[in-house]
Write a protein of this length. Structure first.
Length: 343
């Protein structure tokens, strides 16, 4: 059985939509095309990477060879001809399953409707509340369903974050500094509540360092596979990821927060109870080191949960599996295209 990797960055938007008839917006379709080879950094040698039917497959083949990635590009329409296969999209949702079925991929190689419903349910940001309660952090967000409730929360928590239930990589997040002076936030709140039904509201923290633990759920257990260290912008969107061996990233985080390993162990046990019984696949858990008022560094162990591949998994693989170093980011150039860059 062969492994096929597929980049569908519109996954979080498709989860929010919920149905199989989702059409990604232009920016997401462009991102999917331009970064189509990104999962090749995660794919084992001998795997296939699915690219759009109009992709320059000869150029893609040369790029993969130049970077020492022993995977073979195939068009989406060729997947059904590969025979028995394990398909690894960036993330599973009803839309990508329907697309693969329409291309002739047999349903036995795809997740069931019940499995997809569990992925959607566990990808809702309210699951972070359950994790925080299990860990007794006191940092759990509040889920609110009306604009008045959200306005009251903002008034009492300057610098807070408003988060749509289904979104990822910093998308669907609004940081509110001064509610009265921000004329855009009422419209944003109304649109978010109309589309997704609620908002997760979090108190702002004095950020020191963003990072994540990269994991895999298999047979009801959660296994740590690596760390990723990254910087994010004002609204918590992914900016730059550090590429280095896992041991180096681990030491970097331990130097700032010595109790890291103990807290990660507690988070993995919480994932074993909450997520792993219902899901097999890649799992990324965003965390954050922040500064208390007394100057000590503390840990928010569950900023976000991603039941999919992540940019952090890409940077972790670049550093540990491919022995690269530097800083990785995605650049949107003047022509509207997205380019991955390692400096």
């Amino acid at each position: 059985m062969v492994d096929v990797y597929l980049f569908n960055p519109e996954h979080d938007l498709a989860l929010a939509h919920g149905a199989h008839n989702y059409t990604a917006p232009p920016f997401a379709r462009q991102l999917r095309y331009d970064l189509r080879l990104l999962p090749a950094w995660l794919a084992p040698a001998g795997s296939f990477i699915a690219v759009p039917d109009d992709a320059p497959i000869d150029e893609d083949r040369r790029w993969l060879q130049e970077h020492g990635l022993e995977v073979t590009p195939v068009t989406l329409r060729q997947i059904a001809n590969l025979g028995p296969c394990r398909i690894h999209p960036w993330g599973w949702d009803a839309a990508v399953r329907y697309q693969l079925l329409s291309l002739g991929v047999l349903s036995e190689y795809l997740p069931t409707d019940d499995q997809l419903e569990w992925i959607r349910r566990l990808s809702h940001r309210r699951v972070t509340i359950e994790v925080h309660c299990a860990l007794a952090t006191g940092l759990e967000p509040v889920e609110l369903t009306t604009a008045d409730e959200v306005s009251q929360f903002m008034a009492g928590h300057p610098g807070c974050y408003l988060k749509m239930p289904w979104s990822g990589s910093g998308k669907g997040i609004y940081r509110v500094i001064e509610p009265r002076g921000d004329h855009h936030v009422p419209r944003w709140i109304a649109g978010a509540l109309k589309r997704q039904g609620s908002l997760l509201c979090e108190v702002g923290l004095d950020r020191v360092q963003d990072f994540a633990i990269e994991c895999e759920c298999i047979d009801g257990k959660t296994r740590l596979t690596g760390y990723s260290v990254f910087d994010s912008d004002f609204h918590s969107q992914f900016g730059t990821g550090r590429v280095a061996p896992m041991e180096e990233l681990h030491r970097f985080l331990l130097n700032q927060y010595p109790d890291l390993d103990n807290m990660v162990d507690h988070v993995l046990k919480a994932m074993d109870r909450i997520v792993a019984p219902h899901y097999d696949g890649p799992l990324g858990i965003d965390m954050m080191l922040y500064r208390n008022q007394d100057g000590t560094v503390a840990l928010n162990p569950c900023v976000e949960i991603n039941l999919r591949m992540t940019m952090g998994m890409i940077t972790a693989a670049m550093g540990s599996r491919h022995a690269l170093r530097g800083h990785f980011k995605i650049i949107n150039d003047n022509s509207g295209h997205y380019n991955p860059l390692l400096q």
